[in-house]
Design a protein around this ligand. Structure first.
Ligand SMILES: [Zn+2]
Length: 155
């Protein structure tokens, strides 16, 4: 149906595509936060043993979370970050520090979803898999350990 495709592309090009599209401000690590490429090398390549490129990351201005105002959430979502599928990208709230500390964001958490999606063809939205570790005081043990490593490395 070449004609249908053309109509879709032509009509919707002005409305940013024929379905969900990756936001233009979702970028690779070189265009993200300072030292994000170092964080990517540590978490994505070294810890998760991923070789293909990770999903692009969109940093958005955070708003205080409703359940814990010490944290900044993605606007209109009670979460520090969101892992989007099809197309895949990661949305992360900037925190109150300037620049945002990657260790204090949901960077490692959302990368874990992307890692699990590649490993099992399922991003494990319910956090059931062992890779997360134990859930303690609102945090997943293995994600906390990764963030402690990032923090001790100054990220
Ligand atoms: Zn999650």
């Amino acid at each position: 149906m070449r004609g249908t495709e053309w109509v879709c592309a032509a009509v919707l090009a002005a409305m940013a595509g024929c379905g969900p599209t990756i936001p233009s401000d979702a970028v690779d690590c070189e265009h993200g936060m300072p030292r994000q490429c170092e964080a990517e090398a540590l978490v994505w390549n070294q810890m998760f043993r991923e070789e293909a490129r990770p999903p692009p990351v969109e940093w958005v201005r955070g708003v205080p979370c409703r359940t814990n105002a010490a944290y900044m959430c993605v606007p209109e979502r009670e979460a520090l970050g969101v892992h989007w599928n099809d197309p895949e990208w990661i949305e992360l709230a900037e925190d109150r520090t300037d620049p945002t500390r990657i260790s204090g964001s949901a960077y490692a958490h959302e990368l874990m979803h992307a890692h699990l999606r590649r490993k099992y063809a399922d991003s494990d939205i319910d956090h059931k898999r062992a890779e997360w570790g134990l859930y303690e005081n609102g945090f997943w043990q293995h994600i906390s350990e990764i963030n402690q490593q990032l923090e001790s490395d100054g990220m």
